[in-house]
Design a protein around this ligand. Structure first.
Ligand SMILES: Cc1ncc(COP(=O)(O)O)c(C=O)c1O
Length: 414
C-alpha cells in the first residue's frame, strides 16, 4: 500500500458507511466492495488508504482526471459568486460556455444544456421529432443511449427495457455496421438515425467508415436527421474531440455529457442547421446550463487544450491497444478500441477478472456486457501506466478463473 494523501478511515467507520449505503441506496446498482473517498489525476483511494489506477473513471467521466486543480478552482470561484441561474436569464459563465461549445464543430452552432447524458438524448429525440414532424427513430442493436423513457426506447438491451414496457412508440433497431438493414428501416416517417460511432456499453465496437457515411447519406436522401451520441466517446476519449471526426462526418445533432463537466453533472446537445429553429417553451430544464456546471466545463475545455490531452489519448491509447494485442492468452477473443476507449473481449465472463485486477493489481476497470473488459482511463494516462495496465491484464488472464461453471463460459456481450 502506498502512502495515502489522507488519514485512512478506521475499519468500524468503513463498515458503518458501507452498511448505510447498502441499507438505504435504492438498490439499482450492483455494488463493488470498494469504498472510494479520494481521487487525484489517474488515481483513486479507498477509505483504508489503498491506491488504485482508475480505468473506470466514473464510467468514462474523468477525461481530465480526478479533481483537476483547475476544475476545483473554477468551481470554487463560481460557487462564491452564483450557484444557480435559470436559462430564462443571461449569465456570464453560461454565455462563455455556449460560445465555446457552439464553435467546437463547424455547423453545430446552437447548444441545449442539460444535466446528464440521458437528458441530452431525450432533448435530441424531441428536437428531431419537432424538426421533421415525423415520429420514428432508427437506432442500432447493442446501442446504449440512457435510462429515461425516450433514451431507453433507443437503447437495445432487453434487460434494461423489458421491466418498463410499454416504452415510447416509434423506435426500431438495426444491426450496427449493417447499412442495408438500416436502409430498410429509414423512410419518410423517420425523424432521425441515432447511433454511437464507437459503441461503449455494447462492448466497444468501432463503426466502419462505409457504415457511418452510408447513414449520413441515407439521412440526407430521406429527409431524416443524423444524431451521433458522443456521450461516452466524446471529449477527446478516442483521440479526437469527438469520435465522428475520425470519419469526417457532419451530424445534425451531437449528444455530449460524461467528460464535459470534469465530474460535475452536465449534458449538451450540439445542434446543426438542418434542425428547425427551436422556440421558447418547447423544452427546458431547471438546472440545465447552471453556472457551476458551466464553470467546470469551461475548465475542462481549457485543460484538454493546454495539456494536449487529446493527442495524448491518441498516442497512449494506440500504445495500450498494441500492448494488449500482444498478450498471448486463450481467454482473449479480441482487443478493440480507439484512443483510450478500449475493450478486451474474453471467452469467459469478465467479472472474476475485474475482481482480480482490483484486488491483486489495484487497477479498476469496468465491464461492457458479460464478457468485455472495458478501460476508460483519464486522458493523461502515461506510457508507464499503460505498461502497468497491460502487464496486469496479462497476469490476471494467465491465471485460471476461480470457479469455472457452465455460466462462466463463452457468453456474448449481449
Ligand atoms: C453512449 C451513451 N449514451 C448515453 C448514456 C447515458 O448517460 P447518463 O448515464 O449520463 O444518463 C451513456 C452512459 O453510459 C452512454 O454511454
Amino acid at each position: 500500500m502506498t502512502d495515502a494523501p489522507f488519514q485512512p478511515y478506521p475499519p468500524e467507520l468503513i463498515e458503518r458507511l458501507r452498511m448505510w449505503e447498502a441499507a438505504h441506496d435504492s438498490g439499482v446498482y450492483a455494488k463493488r466492495d470498494i469504498l472510494l473517498v479520494y481521487g487525484q489525476g489517474t488515481r483513486v483511494w479507498d477509505a483504508s488508504g489503498q491506491e488504485y489506477l482508475d480505468c473506470v473513471g466514473g464510467h468514462g467521466v474523468t477525461v481530465v482526471g480526478h479533481s483537476h486543480p483547475r476544475v476545483v478552482a473554477a468551481l470554487h470561484e463560481q460557487a462564491q459568486r452564483l450557484i444557480t441561474c435559470p436559462g430564462s436569464f443571461y449569465n456570464d459563465t453560461r454565455a462563455r460556455l455556449l460560445a465555446r461549445l457552439g464553435t467546437l464543430v463547424p455547423g453545430l452552432s446552437r447548444v441545449f444544456l442539460a444535466n446528464s447524458g440521458t437528458e441530452a438524448v431525450e432533448a435530441a429525440i424531441k428536437f428531431a421529432r419537432y424538426s421533421t414532424g415525423r415520429p420514428n427513430i432508427v437506432a442500432a442493436m447493442r446501442g446504449f443511449h440512457g435510462r429515461t423513457m425516450g433514451a431507453l426506447s433507443a437503447t437495445w438491451k432487453k434487460e434494461y427495457r423489458a421491466p418498463f414496457e410499454p416504452l415510447v412508440p416509434g423506435f426500431v433497431h438495426a444491426p450496427f455496421n449493417n447499412l442495408e438493414r438500416f436502409a430498410s428501416l429509414v423512410d419518410d416517417q423517420t425523424a432521425a438515425i441515432l447511433v454511437e460511432v464507437v459503441q461503449g456499453e455494447g462492448g466497444i465496437h468501432v463503426a466502419t467508415p462505409e457504415f457511418v457515411h452510408g447513414l449520413q447519406r441515407l439521412a440526407r436522401e430521406r429527409g431524416a436527421l443524423l444524431i451521433v451520441d458522443e456521450i461516452q466517446s466524446g471529449m477527446g476519449r478516442t483521440g479526437r474531440l469527438f469520435a465522428f471526426q475520425h470519419f469526417g462526418l457532419e451530424p445534425d445533432m451531437v449528444t455530449v455529457a460524461k467528460g464535459l463537466g470534469g465530474g460535475v453533472p452536465i449534458g449538451a446537445v450540439l445542434i446543426g442547421k438542418r434542425v428547425k429553429p427551436l422556440r421558447p417553451g418547447l423544452h427546458g430544464s431547471t438546472f440545465g446550463g447552471n453556472p457551476i456546471a458551466a464553470a467546470a466545463a469551461l475548465a475542462v475545455l481549457d485543460i484538454l487544450e493546454d495539456e494536449r490531452l487529446i493527442a495524448n489519448a491518441a498516442e497512449v491509447g494506440t500504445y495500450l491497444i498494441k500492448r494488449l494485442r500482444e498478450i498471448e492468452s486463450p481467454l482473449i477473443r479480441e482487443v478493440r478500441g480507439l484512443g483510450l476507449m478500449i475493450g478486451v473481449e474474453l471467452r469467459r465472463k469478465v467479472a472474476p477478472y475485474l475482481k482480480r485486477l482490483a484486488e491483486e493489481e489495484h487497477i479498476l476497470a469496468l465491464p461492457a456486457g458479460m464478457n468485455v473488459l472495458r478501460l476508460l482511463p483519464p486522458l493523461s494516462l502515461t506510457h508507464a501506466e499503460a505498461d502497468r495496465i497491460a502487464d496486469a491484464v496479462a497476469r490476471v488472464l494467465s491465471v485460471a478463473p476461480m470457479a469455472r461453471g457452465a455460466a462462466d463460459r463463452d457468453e456474448t456481450t449481449e
